[in-house]
Design a protein around this ligand. Structure first.
Ligand SMILES: [Ca+2]
Ligand SMILES: [Ca+2]
Ligand SMILES: [Ca+2]
Ligand SMILES: [Ca+2]
Length: 377
């Protein structure tokens, strides 16, 4: 259920709502803590941890558009995309719940209460009569230049093996209310398609330096479908060409997409998939007026030492088993212009998890934590 806020500029309303949400959070935590008589009184450090209490959802704050990366509702605060969510305890092998979005707000760098679940049933475009089952976030950028970041997802449309496979990539456009409604399929014109491999691994960037964000997508035999922005709401790019010198996997260079500062974003092609935060080697393809087509030599992604999201639990079974930590984001969530670190650590073979936001320069004490279990119905 969504409350419509008629005047997006009513900052006081937003503050009140955030304060109410925080009060709700504190109440829940207090109730939880009071159940154990031996626990000390809840401190500020306890209150920031959302790993043990349900957090009631609040409306996503309305925005008016911004140029901030990953700002789906355009309120100037970056938002977080979480592809892997924990599953319901009663159905540990069940289907993916979907993709979770946690919005940043005026009062919290990430507000677990301001969250939305995206999935194929609710948000995917049909392929013919068939709704895909998969709906995984792949990239995010403002493809139609309206000030609201758009989400590029991969789906699994049916394919009978005849001709080129359907395009599995879809765009869910951002809006003042964030990511809602139905996605549209990315249109890849025939001249920019090649072979029978699925178009995959979309990478955002202004590769031709014209100010509009473009998409690079894999094609067969190491080709690249270069789709020029801006994109129309139909999913059609402004132009499209096929480029050589790609590989089966494409990535954006990190942390700067324009590695040589010439005004054209660059692209990295690798022969193997890469997990964010891990070391990898690839080939740099420099942006140019013709797109990411100029050879730039070898490119190395350095390995990163990630902090864990540590469960605060007395349940030793959860904390002594195998844990796995993945990098979710290096966005600037607290607005100090420095890259923060958001990680997700899974416990008990993925049956429990914790997401933690660490401010730049402090990987000891997280700003906030929450479990993706809050996306469970
Ligand atoms: Ca936002
Ligand atoms: Ca947009
Ligand atoms: Ca461009
Ligand atoms: Ca460049």
């Amino acid at each position: 259920m969504r409350t419509r806020i008629p005047h997006p500029k009513a900052a006081a309303t937003a503050t009140t709502r955030a304060a109410a949400a925080l009060a709700g959070l504190l109440l829940v935590l207090t109730a939880c803590d009071s159940s154990s008589a031996t626990d000390p009184a809840p401190s500020a450090a306890d209150a920031k941890n959302g790993d043990s209490a349900p957090v009631p959802a609040v409306p996503v704050p309305r925005g008016e558009g911004s140029r901030v990366p990953y700002d789906f509702n355009g309120d100037g605060h970056p938002d977080l995309v979480i592809n892997d969510l924990v599953k319901a305890p009663e159905d540990p092998r069940g289907d993916d719940a979907g993709t979770g979005i946690v919005y940043g707000t005026e009062d919290s760098p990430l507000d677990p209460a301001a969250r939305r679940l995206l999935n194929a049933r609710a948000n995917a475009a049909k392929s013919g009569d068939t709704l895909p089952a998969a709906f995984d976030a792949e990239a995010a950028c403002d493809l139609d230049r309206d000030g609201f970041t758009d989400l590029i997802v991969s789906t699994d449309p049916p394919y009978n093996g005849v001709g080129a496979p359907p395009v599995p990539l879809q765009i869910l456009f951002g809006s003042p209310e964030g990511l809602t409604g139905k996605a549209v399929t990315v249109r890849i014109p025939a001249q920019a398609r090649f072979g029978k491999e699925w178009p995959e691994h979309p990478v955002c960037g202004d590769f031709d330096g014209d100010g509009s964000t473009d998409l690079a997508v894999t094609a067969s035999d190491g080709r690249i479908s270069f789709l020029r922005g801006p994109f129309a709401r139909t999913g059609a790019p402004a132009g499209a060409t096929l480029l050589p010198d790609g590989t089966p996997y494409l990535h954006a260079p990190e942390p700067k997409a324009d590695t040589d500062g010439d005004g054209y974003d660059d692209l990295v092609a690798t022969t193997r998939p890469r997990t964010p935060g891990t070391a990898a080697e690839g080939t740099l393809l420099l942006g140019s007026a013709d797109g990411p087509a100029r050879p730039g030599g070898t490119y190395t992604f350095p390995a990163e030492k990630l902090p864990e999201a540590s469960l605060r639990t007395k349940d030793t079974k959860a904390t002594t088993g195998t844990t796995r930590t993945t990098l979710l984001s290096h966005g600037d969530f607290d607005g100090d212009k420095k890259a923060d670190t958001v990680v997700r650590t899974t416990y008990r073979g993925g049956r429990e998890d914790l997401v933690a936001l660490y401010a730049a320069g402090n990987t000891d004490d997280p700003v906030l934590t929450f479990s993706t279990a809050l996306f469970l119905p």
